[in-house]
Design a binder for this molecule. Structure first.
Ligand code: ADP
Ligand code: MG
Length: 484
């Protein structure tokens, strides 16, 4: 699309995220909540909604909802009522979903994201409420029939609804990245979009820049990755602008994303929307949450990515880039947290995490939990460098690889491999003399004014000393001897 036309418009986006809770059992029954079990094995009469059975609220879901609400700065409602949302679907044997309609457990609050220009922006939340998932209809296993697996029916979900505060597909991408990070830090959801444990519906409209009034919104479903949410939104923004430019009117509708073609397709219009006939759930007792319970959950909250980010940038003087990368993954952040209990060289610790440690993880395709070295041993390597016993490059190239397969301390390894750096001036002067003698031409050129040859001499010096010359001392001795 013409850049000029595109720039006349602004996108308005609100996201509805469903997060499947990592509880042992389902939302309203004792059925096991697990992904990948044999189909239809975790299905009791309660999940099936047989007459005479009664649902019972899983306390863990409430706790998880409060945990997320506290992390987002939401208001936590004290009285929890439940509602029935009625609809017919083959994978919904009860014929209704138990959800929260008028009284969501959390209201308000926000999720902080990075905007396109790198600054921070607060995306406000409308609500977070508790509900249950439906089963799964499987269309691609049997040639003729649709199969139904009810294991997922009754799985606890939190639905996180944002205000229409998001302004671009990139912001939507960043919002989902932050939301996923948050549920993972909180240990309430595994955040796996491919397996469907985190799902997102995107509501999108466009308006002329400067206009206050929202345009007609379209809801897009069916995206199985954060990247695809971004693609769907980008397509939808362009489609809507094009329609308006062509003088067509947009209809409020639900569309599905086709990831192969990269387009959205109409599923149903507002006129055909379901009427869910919400009414209070008669079988489930209201639930009351008191301040004591909220305080108890608050006192056990884990560290949150944004708090760590702020601590690293404000207290430890790390760059935003470093702090963002360290807190991107919970395991990495926790490892770093342990590491900086043992060294005060925050920057060096961050460099090791993002350099050699992450390279190892990438190379072997493993998570930090499977990394063979403890924070304490990385700390002693950092100490070795800080004491001037080895250079950073020797530590990285020669010691670190050996540490991975050894129980010896970095110091023992450095001694065994004869890598302890030489800062003894007499030894260093000996090396320098040798280098100057072997490179008389360069010495002359240096003395004639080619000062940039220092690097050349340092290279030779490192070779002669087998990498053990303390670079700082050697450099100043070298200059002295060249200029004398
Ligand atoms: P519905 O009843 O159709 O689900 P809601 O008002 O509950 O609609 O909003 C659902 C989501 O749509 C929310 O995330 C909200 O921020 C977003 N939304 C509402 N109006 C618009 C709009 N005009 N453009 C984009 N998103 C919107
Ligand atoms: Mg909706």
């Amino acid at each position: 699309m013409n850049e000029e036309i595109r720039n006349k418009y602004e996108a308005v986006i609100g996201l509805e995220v469903h997060a499947q809770m990592l509880t042992k059992t389902k939302a309203y029954s004792n059925d096991i909540n697990e992904y990948g079990a044999q189909p239809n094995t975790n299905v009791s009469v309660i999940t099936l909604g047989h007459p005479g059975t009664l649902p019972v609220m899983n306390k863990k879901t409430v706790e998880f909802a409060i945990r997320l609400g506290l992390a987002c700065g939401c208001e936590i409602a004290s009285d929890q009522y439940f509602a029935r949302k009625n609809y017919f679907y083959p994978d919904l044997p009860k014929g209704y979903q138990i959800t929260q309609d008028k009284t969501p457990i959390c209201t308000g609050g926000s999720i902080h994201i990075r905007t396109d220009d790198g600054s921070e922006k607060e995306i406000k939340l409308t609500r977070i409420h508790m509900e249950e998932d439906a089963g799964k209809s499987i269309h691609d296993v049997d040639v003729y029939d649709t199969l139904v697996d009810l294991n997922r029916a009754g799985t606890p979900l939190l639905e996180i609804v944002s205000e229409p505060d998001i302004r671009s597909s990139q912001e939507a991408y960043n919002y989902l990245t932050e939301a996923r990070k948050l549920v993972r830090y909180l240990d309430i959801c595994d955040g796996n979009m491919e397996e469907g444990s985190l799902r997102c519906d995107a509501n999108i409209s466009v308006r002329l820049k400067g206009s206050e009034k929202f345009g007609t919104k379209v809801e897009v479903k069916n995206m199985n990755s954060i990247r695809n949410v971004q693609r769907a939104i980008e397509f939808e923004i362009n489609r809507q602008i094009q329609a308006i430019e062509n003088g067509e009117s947009l209809t409020q509708e639900t569309r599905a994303f086709d990831a192969l073609k990269g387009i959205t397709i109409s599923m149903r219009t507002k006129e055909a929307a379901n009427d869910y006939r919400y009414f209070p759930e008669p079988d489930l007792q209201p639930l009351f949450v008191d301040q004591k319970q909220i305080d108890a959950i608050k006192s056990e909250m884990p560290a949150l990515p944004r708090d760590l980010f702020l601590k690293y940038t404000k207290e430890y003087g790390l760059s935003e880039y470093d702090a963002y990368n360290l807190t991107d993954n919970k395991g990495i952040a926790l490892f770093y947290e342990e590491l900086i209990q043992l060294t005060k060289n925050y920057k060096s610790a961050a460099n090791w995490m993002m350099g050699d440690v992450k390279s190892y993880l990438n190379e072997y395709g493993v998570e930090i939990e499977e990394f063979p070295l403890k924070p304490s041993i990385i700390a002693s390597l950092i100490q070795l460098i800080d004491e001037g016993k080895v250079s950073t490059s020797i530590a990285s190239q020669r010691i670190f690889p050996v540490m991975l397969n050894s129980n010896d301390s970095p110091l023992q390894i450095a001694e065994r491999l004869n890598l302890i750096q030489d800062s003894n001036e007499d030894t260093l002067k000996g090396f320098i003399r040798q280098v100057l003698k072997e490179n008389e031409n360069e010495v002359e050129r240096y003395r004639a004014g080619e000062k940039q040859l220092t690097g050349f001499f340092m290279g030779k010096l490192m070779k002669v000393s087998q990498g053990k010359a303390d670079p700082k001392i050697a450099n100043s001795l070298l200059r002295q001897m060249l200029e004398s």
